[in-house]
Design a protein. Structure first.
Ligand code: SF4
Ligand code: SF4
Length: 386
């Protein structure tokens, strides 16, 4: 335990040293807090978002609802000195985007929050947890600081047979590589028949860095992934993680054609020849697949090709957040798990599984401790292929 703690401390120190001089220079100079003012001033403080923010619902502080966050950001723009006092408000947004879906003025609060976090990073204002996450990605290429090879879940033979060139890359992501290798194995098995390959040295997609404001560091890992994608010559990137998906699709250059695993599966249902299972399941829409990218129908089409779908109480645009995103799971685990428990209240009765299509949602909903097993959509597909 002590060794792990010492390792974490060393990693944080190392990452901090990478730009220590830069940050101290900025802190001393009272770095200006710059944001697109229109995106902030569009907020008319009506409070519509107040009732939907899942974090506010749990903690109850005015500063932890969307309007409170917007007001804090406005005060920073208007000259409030950026300090650590604003972190509990700005670092606790899961970026779930339900506020944006409900805002009558067309404000996109999570986008504004992410931009504000980037400004705080520029001013050297971060939480220890954010620094730890950053250090892990920089030093190990993954968000867990794992030293082992990303493709440890492949057999030697499979690894040696990976095509160097392919039209399709399966972008595995940190979660499936290190926490749910069984999902990675199953996904790879399904995609292998379409000639998919893996990146030789996949790096974190950069989502944790982007969501927490470390934009410059994010650029570096994105560049390393992009170079490899171009070398492989792939025209399509397939990923089964909602966080990787939204990052690859919206933060990488537009030339990339990115497709989520549920979309790919839905497009290839005929080739997959799935058998019908006598099961009833429900589906949890991950925020970064659903509200952020409007992927609602593809996972439902796949599920309905296999078994009966019984919807949750709040679905699609109204789906409640699992609490895992935006750095909240790692920064505020108690709040995060409370959100997941609230989401479990939406599960209908008499279902065999809760299916979702994001490993972060799987983890949070599983950790919330409900009675019904939470599985990834690829596990359902694997059952139907046996
Ligand atoms: S973000 Fe939108 S919904 Fe929330 S207070 Fe501002 S204008 Fe109203
Ligand atoms: S994105 Fe979600 S958590 Fe963040 S302010 Fe909006 S509703 Fe709240």
């Amino acid at each position: 335990m002590k060794t792990v703690k010492n390792k974490e401390k060393r990693e944080i120190k190392r990452a901090k040293e990478l730009d220590k001089s830069e940050i101290s220079e900025m802190k001393g100079k009272n770095q200006p807090f710059e944001l697109d003012r229109r995106s902030v001033y569009k907020c008319v403080q009506c409070g519509t978002c107040r009732s939907v923010c899942p974090v506010f619902n749990v903690v109850g502080w005015e500063s932890a609802n969307t309007r409170g966050r917007m007001l804090i950001i406005k005060s920073l723009l208007e000259g409030r000195h950026p300090s650590e006092d604003v972190l509990p408000s700005l670092a606790s947004c899961t970026t779930c985007r339900i506020c944006a879906a409900k805002c009558p003025a067309g404000v996109n609060p999570p986008e504004v929050v992410e931009a504000a976090r980037a400004q705080l990073v520029k001013c050297g204002i971060t939480t220890e947890v954010q620094e730890k996450l950053r250090a892990s990605v920089i030093t190990s290429g993954n968000s867990f600081g794992e030293a082992k090879d990303r493709t440890h879940w492949l057999s030697e033979t499979e690894r040696s047979q990976l095509p160097e060139k392919s039209d399709y890359v399966y972008f595995v992501g940190c979660f499936d590589s290190y926490r749910y290798p069984e999902f990675a194995e199953k996904t790879f098995k399904v995609l292998q028949r379409f000639g998919v390959t893996l990146l030789p040295d996949e790096q974190c997609c950069a989502s944790p860095l982007l969501r927490t404001g470390f934009r410059e560091d994010a650029e570096k890992v994105m560049k390393r992934n992009l170079e490899q994608i171009r070398k492989v010559g792939a025209h399509t990137i397939i990923t089964s993680c909602a966080g990787c998906y939204t990052t690859l699709k919206n933060n990488y250059p537009e030339e990339l054609h990115v497709i989520s695993l549920p979309e790919f599966l839905a497009e290839h249902l005929d080739e997959l020849k799935l058998k019908k299972l006598d099961l009833t399941v429900t589906y949890h829409d991950p925020c970064h697949l659903g509200r952020h990218n409007k992927i609602y129908e593809a996972p439902r089409k796949v599920i309905q090709a296999i078994c009966t779908l019984k919807e949750m109480k709040n679905i699609k645009e109204n789906s409640r957040c699992c609490g895992g995103g935006g750095g909240v799971r790692i920064g505020y685990p108690d709040i995060s798990l409370e959100l997941a428990r609230n989401r479990l209240e939406d599960v209908p009765e008499c279902v065999d599984y809760i299916v979702t299509s994001c490993p972060l949602c799987v983890r949070n909903l599983r950790d919330a401790g409900g009675d019904i097993e939470v599985i990834d959509i690829v596990e359902l597909v694997a059952m139907a292929m046996e």
